[in-house]
Design a protein around this ligand. Structure first.
Ligand code: TRP
Length: 339
């Protein structure tokens, strides 16, 4: 019986997102939607990485509100707590504890080479705190606590995942096999959504130009306005091609929300102008986001349900992660806790 169970055991996927304000169409199409699609085939463990968020100063009321909104929105996007765990990182104390331990197995030089640290310390020059520096070891703790096999990450987190692998291998070598060494999970679907104003750059909530970024919770009229103002190019053709970043981006978004292929889109819009196309993309995005927005509003009126979801997940996450933490502490030589 146990042998069969072992053989049938689903691989573990771990991922997390920070509740730092707006969740964009780029976050949704590039990551969140893929997460939800994995829930039947894998044991998925998702977290709201709020401990990571305080590496940048937060206003308490806003921080609390953003975190709850992000939790509700991710449920609305399709995270299913019947199938997956979805908890709030700060509710599961093993994360901070293992992060400290892993800090002692991570080299100063390794963290100094992290490009995100270099970027963020330029951007927040008045608050280059130590948390910003050790952020990757907290991320390694998130992943390694659950013995995760696969981690869906975007390009910006690849270096951090590499480091988590190095830390895991190092620990396993010094003691004995303790951690599963995680692999990146490269999704077959999903788009890299670019800025609507500069389609050579990734869509980002921190862009100064508000028209460059669509939020999942944007009102329909705002979504329409942003797409109507989207940068295209000068040849007037709705076709995928080189040096057509603006059209490529719009086609990618349209394909993602309608399920159509590039060829189908090219046929659908042959002989039509950019104006028609941009309106069609906006309409498709609005229609796609509408049920998510409705579910979100509903969840936000039911705080008790949200609380039930995150508490139940946190309890399960604590029990799984504690097994790893205890194993780690025993191997290092701490006196075992008997209570
Ligand atoms: N650092 C990630 C981000 O900002 C979020 C994150 C925290 C994460 N812990 C993780 C992602 C573990 C993957 C695995 O996007």
């Amino acid at each position: 019986m146990s042998v069969t169970n072992e053989a049938e055991k689903k691989k573990v996927i771990f991922s997390a997102i920070q509740p730092s304000g707006t969740i964009t169409l780029g976050n949704y199409l590039g990551a969140l939607r893929n997460w939800t699609a994995l829930q039947d085939d894998y044991q998925c463990i998702f977290a709201l990485a709020d401990l990571h968020t305080i590496t940048v100063r937060q206003e308490p009321t806003k921080f609390r509100h953003n975190a709850l909104e992000a939790y509700a929105l991710l449920l609305a996007c399709g995270i299913n707590v019947e199938k997956s765990l979805f908890f709030i990182q700060s509710h599961v104390h093993t994360h901070a504890e293992l992060a400290w331990i892993l800090n002692c197995y991570t080299q100063f030089g390794e963290l100094s080479r992290m490009t995100q640290f270099k970027d963020k310390s330029t951007k927040h020059a008045d608050n280059i705190n130590v948390g910003l520096f050790t952020y990757p070891s907290l991320m390694a703790a998130d992943i390694l606590l659950y013995q995760a096999d696969l981690i869906p990450v975007g390009a910006d987190q690849k270096q951090h995942l590499e480091l988590a692998r190095d830390i895991a291998e190092r620990f396993n070598r010094i003691y004995s096999p303790t951690f599963v060494v995680p692999q990146p999970y490269i999704s077959k679907t999903g788009a890299r959504v670019m800025s609507l104003q500069d389609p050579t750059k990734k869509m980002s909530k921190s862009d100064e130009n508000a028209n460059s970024c669509v939020a999942v919770l944007d009102k329909p009229e705002d979504i329409m306005r942003k797409f109507k103002r989207a940068i295209t190019d000068s040849d007037g053709l709705i076709a995928y091609g080189e040096e057509k970043d603006g059209i490529n981006n719009l086609m990618g978004i349209y394909a993602c929300v309608t399920g159509k292929t590039n060829e189908q889109i090219e046929t659908e819009f042959s002989g039509k102008g950019y104006g028609d196309f941009k309106t069609a993309v906006a309409d498709a995005v609005i229609a796609h986001l509408q049920p998510i927005q409705e579910k979100f509003s509903h969840y936000m009126t039911d705080k008790a349900y949200l609380e039930k979801c995150y508490i139940e997940s946190a309890e399960k996450a604590l029990s799984i992660s504690n097994r790893t933490l205890r194993k780690v502490m025993k191997k290092i030589g701490f006196i075992p806790k008997t209570y």
